[in-house]
Design a protein around this ligand. Structure first.
Ligand code: GLU
Length: 502
C-alpha cells in the first residue's frame, strides 16, 4: 500500500524568513495538496544558542500571509505532536544510545580545549575516520573508563561513526541517483552535551515519528544527506525513509552564488517574506509584504523559481498551482532571482484583480498618508480606473490621492511658460458651462469651446490635467473630472487658475 503523503516544512526559528524558505514551504504545501496529503510545520529549535524571541510566530504569520497555512503545527496539533523539537527532547537520547550499542555511534568526551588543540595541530581538522582514534572517546577508552566517565556525569556528546570507504547512494526525486564517499563525511555530533539532539539526529527521528513521506528541502542540505541516509539505515528504518527532493538554489541576480539577505540590502530589494524586526537591536529588515507585494504575486513568482508547467504560462493562482504542480518539472539548476520580474508578477496580479480584492490593501496604504475612505463604491471606481498604473501597492497612493484630496502642489513648470490670460478665460468659461454627465460629452464640449476660442485642444489638455491631478499622470482627464464630480472639478479649476495666474 502506498504511504500516505505527509510533508514537512522544518525551519529553525532564528530570524527573518528568506524567500527560499517560503519556496520550500510552498513546494511542500503544493505537493501535499496535489496528493491529498498533510502539510506539517515542524519547528527545529534544538539549538538553544540560536533561540530568537518571536521568530516562530513570525514564520507562522508569513505562511498565513502567503495563504499556505500548515495542516499540523504547534498552533494546530494532531496526533504527531509536539511540533517543536525542544518539546520532543526526551524522545531522542534512546536512539542515540541504540546507535552506540549497535556500533554505529560512540561517546566522545573531548573537552572544548582538547578540540581547540587538535584544530591547531591539524589544519582543517575534521572529527572523523582519520582522526577519531586520536581522540578521547568510547572507541579509544576502555569499557570501564567509559563507564566511570558516564557515572561521574562527565560532559560528553554522541557522534555517528561514519563507515570507512563506503559509497552512500540515494535517489533524489529532482537529481536522480546521488552518491557520496563516506571518507569525506565527518563524524557529526548527534546528541549534544546538554542532552539536546543536533539537527541531524532530530530530523531523522522526527521524520520517522511524524511518518513523513517526502522531504523537500533546499539544496544547501544536500551535504547533510549522507549522514541522514546512514542514520535511517543504522536505526533500522530504511524502508520508511522519506523520498528526498533537494530544491534548486535561488541565486543572486547575476547568478553567482546563493541569494542572501545582504544581496537584498546591497541591491535594494527585499529577501524576507515579511518585515523582520530583530528583537535585540530593533533593526527592521523590509519584507515583500510591506514593500507592497500581493501574496498571490509573491507565491506565483516563487513557484516559477525552479518550476514551470511545461508551457509558457507564467501567471498561476495558488489553486492552479495546487493542480498543476509536479516534482518532474522542478529543475536541477539554480534559479536566478530577478526583482524586476518579481515586480512584473505583482503588476500583472494587480491588473487582474477586481477592485473589491484590492480595496482593503489600498485603504491601508491611503490611511498611511492620512486619507480615510468612507465611500467604498467611489474607492472601487477609482481603483478600477488606475490599477493598471500600479506595480506595488503603495503606488496606489500617488496614483489615487488626488481623487480624495485636492492637489496641494502643481507641476507649474509644465504650465506657466505658456500660460496666458486667454487660457484663464477659456477655463473660466469652460467651468461655467460644465455639465459633466459623462466623459465623452465633457470632452466634446471642451473641444468645441477650445475651437470657438481659437485654441488647439492639445494646448489646453495638459493644463486641465494639472489642475485636477497636480501632475502629468493619471487616466483620461475627462474620466477623472466625471469621478470628481461637478462641484469639485469647478473648485479645482478655480484654485489652479489662481495659482497659474500668480
Ligand atoms: N531545520 C532545517 C532548516 O532550517 C531543515 C532542513 C530539512 O528540511 O531537513 O532549514
Amino acid at each position: 500500500m502506498d504511504k500516505k503523503v505527509r510533508v514537512r516544512f522544518a525551519p529553525s526559528p532564528t530570524g527573518g524568513l528568506h524567500l527560499g524558505g517560503v519556496r520550500t514551504a510552498l513546494f511542500n504545501y503544493l505537493f501535499a495538496k496535489k496528493n491529498n496529503g498533510t502539510f506539517v510545520l515542524r519547528v527545529e529549535d534544538t539549538d538553544q544558542n540560536r533561540f530568537v524571541e518571536g521568530a516562530e510566530q513570525y514564520i507562522v504569520n508569513c505562511l498565513d500571509w502567503c495563504g499556505i497555512t500548515p495542516d499540523e503545527s504547534p498552533n494546530s496539533p494532531s496526533a504527531y505532536g509536539p511540533y517543536r523539537q525542544s518539546e520532543r527532547k526526551p524522545s531522542y537520547r534512546k536512539f542515540a544510545e541504540q546507535l552506540i550499542s549497535d556500533g554505529y555511534a560512540y561517546y566522545a568526551f573531548d573537552t572544548p580545549e582538547d578540540l581547540d588543540a587538535k584544530r591547531k595541530e591539524i589544519p582543517n581538522f575534521q572529527y572523523g575516520q582519520a582522526t577519531r582514534m586520536q581522540m578521547r572517546n568510547s572507541l579509544t577508552l576502555t569499557i570501564s573508563e567509559v563507564e566511570e566517565l558516564l557515572a561521574a556525569k562527565t560532559p560528553h556528546v554522541i557522534r555517528i561513526k561514519v563507515p570507512t570507504d563506503e559509497i552512500v547512494h540515494f535517489n533524489d526525486l529532482i537529481r536522480g541517483d546521488v552518491s557520496f564517499e563516506t571518507s569525506l563525511v565527518d563524524d557529526k555530533v548527534l546528541l549534544k552535551a546538554d542532552g539536546m539532539p543536533t539537527y541531524h539526529l532530530a530530523v531523522v527521528v522526527d521524520d520517522k515519528a511524524m511518518e513523513i513521506s517526502h522531504a523537500f528541502r533546499g539544496e544547501e542540505w544536500l551535504p547533510s544527506a549522507p549522514v541522514h541516509i546512514l542514520l535511517w539505515k543504522y536505526l533500522g528504518w530504511e524502508a520508511e525513509m522519506p523520498a528526498w527532493a533537494h530544491l534548486p538554489l535561488i541565486l543572486k541576480p547575476d547568478g553567482h552564488g546563493k541569494l542572501s539577505k545582504r544581496d537584498g540590502d546591497r541591491l535594494g530589494f527585499p529577501v524576507y517574506a515579511m518585515n523582520w524586526t530583530d528583537p535585540k537591536t530593533g533593526d527592521v529588515t523590509k519584507g515583500f509584504k510591506e514593500m507592497g507585494f500581493m501574496p498571490e504575486a509573491f507565491i506565483n513568482m516563487l513557484a516559477l523559481l525552479g518550476w514551470n508547467d511545461g508551457t509558457d504560462q507564467e501567471l498561476f493562482s495558488l489553486k492552479e498551482l495546487e493542480e498543476k504542480f509536479s516534482i518532474e518539472r522542478i529543475s536541477k539548476a539554480g534559479a536566478k532571482f530577478d526583482f524586476e520580474k518579481a515586480k512584473w508578477y505583482n503588476h500583472e496580479w494587480i491588473k487582474s484583480q477586481g477592485a473589491a480584492r484590492l480595496a482593503t490593501s489600498v485603504k491601508v496604504e491611503l490611511q498611511k498618508v492620512g486619507i480615510e475612505i468612507n465611500d467604498d463604491a467611489y474607492l472601487n471606481t477609482v481603483i478600477d480606473l488606475i490599477k493598471d498604473r500600479c506595480t506595488l501597492l503603495p503606488d496606489f497612493v500617488a496614483q489615487s490621492s488626488y481623487f480624495f484630496t485636492s492637489p496641494s502642489e502643481y507641476d507649474v513648470n509644465s504650465v506657466k511658460p505658456k500660460w496666458t490670460a486667454e487660457k484663464a478665460d477659456f477655463f473660466n468659461a469652460f467651468a461655467d458651462g460644465l455639465a459633466l454627465t459623462d466623459a465623452g460629452s465633457a470632452e466634446a464640449a471642451f473641444k468645441a469651446l477650445a475651437e470657438e476660442k481659437g485654441f488647439k485642444p492639445g494646448e489646453l489638455m495638459l493644463p486641465f490635467r494639472i489642475m485636477l491631478v497636480g501632475g502629468k499622470f493619471g487616466p483620461g482627464v475627462f474620466e477623472i473630472a466625471v469621478l470628481l464630480g461637478l462641484t469639485e472639478t469647478k473648485t479645482r479649476i478655480a484654485k489652479a487658475i489662481a495659482v497659474f495666474n500668480g
